[in-house]
Design a protein around this ligand. Structure first.
Ligand code: JFZ
Length: 435
């Protein structure tokens, strides 16, 4: 018995130490977001829709952004890509116009993906777009200027995982072809902080930094507290998020989910749903970076429903395109973005500035709420829908053009009769009044 108690006590202490250690190592226990940061979080939650862009020298091969790992390309071979990267069709204003017309309010673009190649003018490395490509221009700087002109906020996706830097050691489970069996981890982290400093000082006011890759070495000390403090000091309003699929660490300002709604994302490792602003990302076809073989983009209907469901689940939607190596974006992807923009110009009032509504997601769809107005988004052909009991009786229901809908109280909840003729092919929006 005594032995059992001791085991329990030891287990408890270990657990406590692990919990504290986790926060102390990875985060900053004393993080208090700056007023600018809290304001930016509100903006972010109101913005609802962003454009994700995966663009790098991997785009030249047209087989996705993981090609270096998947095809086990030696570093010396991969280094032959930058001299071929010459995106003469790149027009940052055109990208921004496309995003703004789609109803997007921000852009998140890869400053460095796992291949380690900087898509900006880095002074702490020559493995970057200005020094290694015939194009020789800093595309992130060009995009930052265009975002400013088009009223879009700019976020940088930055990979912590690096398949090129010699100090990324010990390595995680991915790409290892001919890489050195030693390296100075602290020096790698210093390098990453230096590049982040460049990104936080040369590109105007940032929307935020979108980290990815620490999932490869979850047990490593990533010095998150130090890196996050650096970013918050240089750009207090910048929102930090990380695609690590676990619960947010102190210092992070939003929580992200990949390829699924909050809590229902496939890579989730018990992350839960925090009180931070939420974002979920998905891509139009199957890869994030350009894939020349992929001619099966998701439909406008599927993408719009993803956006609406995200809003109903209190989350933003970050939708990805992978531009071609010449800097242009595939026509079939642009068509979908255009259609989404057309829909949002009509119905955006029930999405932008909303939060997840009082009715949890149902088989028929979701609800959103804004300033006391409650919207139901009925995404299927249901003839009737049932609103579950939430402790506030439903007084009335009507379409946006004020056509009233019939209500019936039942033991299972309030049943709303849907109209014969749907005003919209994607989403029948019903405004309900609650007591
Ligand atoms: C990551 C990247 O690897 C990918 O290339 C893309 O940038 C995407 C947005 O983010 O994808 C992941 C990250 C982690 C896991 C799976 C895919 N994971 O932990 O299984």
């Amino acid at each position: 018995m005594a032995k059992h108690n001791r085991t329990v006590a030891v287990a408890f202490c270990l657990l406590l130490a692990a919990a504290c250690g986790r926060a102390a190592e990875q985060g900053d226990l004393g993080y208090t977001p700056a007023p600018e940061n809290l304001e930016a979080r509100q903006w972010f939650q109101d913005a609802k829709f962003g454009l994700f862009i995966h663009w790098g020298v991997y785009s030249l091969l047209g087989r996705g952004e993981w090609v270096m790992h998947v095809e086990d390309i030696p570093i010396a071979e991969y280094e032959k890509l930058p001299p071929q990267f010459d995106p003469t069709g790149f027009d940052p204003d055109e990208w921004c116009r496309m995003a703004a017309d789609a109803g997007m309010r921000y852009i998140t673009i890869t400053s460095k993906h796992h291949d380690g190649f900087a898509m900006f003018d880095s002074k702490v490395s020559d493995y970057d777009i200005v020094e290694r490509t015939p194009y020789g221009r800093d595309v992130l700087k060009m995009l930052a200027g265009a975002c400013e002109r088009h009223g879009l906020k700019l976020f940088f996706y930055h990979s912590q995982l690096d398949w090129h830097h010699p100090d990324y050691y010990p390595r995680g489970g991915s790409y290892s072809h001919g890489r050195p069996e030693s390296g100075d981890w602290q020096r790698y982290l210093d390098y990453m902080d230096s590049q982040l400093t460049e990104l936080c000082t040369g590109y105007g006011k940032l929307g935020g930094i979108w980290f990815d890759g620490m999932w490869e070495k979850p047990e490593a000390d990533w010095r998150l507290g130090r890196t996050y403090r650096l970013i918050h000091r240089l750009q207090p309003q910048a929102l930090i998020g990380s695609n690590h699929h676990v619960a947010p660490f102190p210092g992070e300002d939003f929580q992200m989910f990949e390829k699924g709604l909050p809590g229902r994302d496939p890579f989730n490792k018990g992350a839960g749903i925090s009180a931070l602003p939420l974002e979920t990302c998905e891509t139009i076809n199957h890869s994030w970076g350009y894939d020349r073989q992929d001619h099966w983009p998701k439909s406008t209907r599927e993408l719009l429903h993803y956006l609406i469901r995200a809003a109903g689940n209190n989350a933003n939607f970050l939708l990805n395109v992978g531009p071609k190596p010449d800097g242009t974006i595939q026509q079939d992807h642009r068509k979908r973005l255009e259609a989404m923009g057309q829909w949002l110009r009509k119905y955006g009032d029930t999405v932008y500035g909303t939060r997840g509504g009082p009715f949890a997601e149902q088989s028929w769809g979701v609800s959103t709420v804004k300033g006391g107005r409650v919207f139901l988004h009925v995404l299927g052909p249901d003839a009737v829908i049932t609103l579950p009991e939430i402790g506030r009786p439903v007084r009335s229901a009507a379409l946006l053009d004020k056509t009233p809908l019939e209500l019936r109280a039942t033991p299972l909840g309030t049943v709303v009769k849907m109209p014969e003729n749907r005003p919209d092919e994607y989403d029948t929006i019903v405004e309900v009044e609650l007591e």
